[in-house]
Design a binder for this molecule. Structure first.
Ligand SMILES: [Zn+2]
Length: 250
């Protein structure tokens, strides 16, 4: 199974899934991990089994609603609870979010080992959901924002994300120069989430933007916009540090 990883987060079990390593046919080919995109539930379940087997992790999932609520889960769960960020403090239990153009942000505290996975589409970005994740790690794990590590994962890039002039203006007002100009403005959600993280106190050199565009990389990633909604979902996940004496980190 091909997983994209962040160098900054290498001490934590984590990854961004790609299309490869699953059993689903087109248009969900082939590692579709989304349960409500028209794929056969038995195939989606097999894809999840493969992810669990490849990583040795269990997954704490939420029902994403493009908001800014964070939930602390310490057991595997199916996506029922409504939230757009998940904190885990239990080794072996991965916080995760589902995406197919929206920005996944993974946060990790090297001090406590606690982690958070954040789902930030344009609505979540403007609602500063990544900052809510930073705040939650401070409250739950006592993690000062300056100690956190952050990775901004594969998502639709400023190369491809055309938006309306109205939405571009809203982002300029809220978050500064995160829009490329021209008659068809293109929004840079990577830069926007970097600004949200930095404003929340995360150090600039502790933020890694992977710079992988889901829309450009057709063979590697699902892209909701490129595929006009007929596509699968990839997951971004991160689990706390294993306890001392636990099995080796991947
Ligand atoms: Zn692109």
């Amino acid at each position: 199974m091909d997983l994209v990883r962040s160098k900054l987060l290498s001490a934590f079990p984590h990854g961004f899934t790609t299309r490869r390593g699953g059993v689903s046919p087109a248009p969900w080919d082939d590692l579709n991990l989304g349960g409500s995109v028209g794929d056969d539930p038995a195939r989606v379940a097999e894809n999840w089994h493969r992810l669990e087997a490849a990583t040795g992790l269990l997954f704490a999932r939420v029902r994403q609603v493009h908001g800014a609520r964070v939930v602390h889960l310490d057991a595997a769960s199916v996506p029922v609870e409504e939230a757009d960020a998940v904190v885990s403090t239990e080794p072996g239990i991965a916080a995760c979010v589902s995406v197919a153009d929206c920005v996944p942000v993974l946060l990790a505290d090297p001090g406590s080992g606690a982690v958070c996975a954040v789902h930030a589409g344009w609505r979540g970005t403007i609602a500063r959901v990544a900052a809510e994740g930073v705040r939650a790690l401070a409250e739950i794990a006592g993690a000062p924002p300056s100690r956190l590590l952050a990775a901004v994962g594969p998502s639709i890039g400023p190369c491809c994300y055309e938006v309306s002039p109205e939405l571009a203006d809203r982002f300029r007002t809220e978050l500064g120069p995160v829009v490329a100009g021209g008659p068809a403005p293109r929004l840079d959600l990577w830069a926007a989430n970097r600004r949200v993280l930095e404003a929340a106190g995360v150090a600039p050199d502790r933020i890694e933007v992977l710079g992988r565009c889901t829309s450009c990389e057709r063979d590697t990633f699902f892209s909701h916009r490129r595929d006009a909604g007929r596509t699968g979902r990839q997951m971004a996940f991160i689990a706390p540090h294993q306890p001392t004496g636990g099995r080796a980190l991947p």
